[in-house]
Design a protein around this ligand. Sequence first.
Ligand code: ATP
Length: 225
Amino acid sequence: MTTETRLRIAMQKSGRLSDDTQALLKRCGLKLNVSDRRLLAHVANMPIDIMRVRSSDIPGLVMDGVCDLGIVGDNTLEETALERELMGQKSQYFKTTQLNFGGCRLSIAMPEEFNYQGIDSLNGLRFATTYPQLLNRFAKENGINIEFCLLKGSVEVAPRVGLADGICDLVSTGATLEANGLVEVEEIFRSKASLIQTATPLNSEKQSILDTLLPRIQGVMKAKE
Ligand code: ATP
């Protein structure tokens, strides 16, 4: 069977979504041989290949039709879509299924001593974030001007070292914020993992694999509810 007739699914190589994603695929009956070194893993019992990449690469791979499906956080998806729209790049995809893991929120957090008096008190301030597009959209919708500095990790340290006034970062329990003397003041986006599909039409072989896989994914999600 050629590569074109195997359905290609992008998933996070390692990180917060990778264990749940792998467990979901296994519960759908896919026999995965995920060896750490291999970027493209063959599913032994179905014509499916799993491409293991950085989370932030998944939306683009699906939007460009390199992968047929992807499992990624809505935060990463929306940030990429906004960024690509701005650059005039292709940003279409279908959100096929909302999954019930990877829940978190993108929030603005300020140092404990900051006197928060509503969104207007953020006007003119500088924020460290991995999600400049989502933050920018929030600022525009709320009529405030902000600056941002892009950090891919350790965002919560930025105010303490004088890099930014506040941060805009993902939160689940809030423990990391608290440990860094930060207080959540505005939730700007709620996120869960999603199964996304390329907008590029699938050939009949791939479509029939998808027709087998989708009800299984939906069944696993229902069983977990
Ligand atoms: P990668 O390093 O693979 O490009 P990443 O830096 O976003 O991606 P992780 O920190 O593993 O990697 O997060 C993956 C996804 O997990 C996030 O994009 C988000 O959708 C979800 N997530 C759930 N809870 C949290 C949390 N508390 N902090 C960060 N991400 C979370």
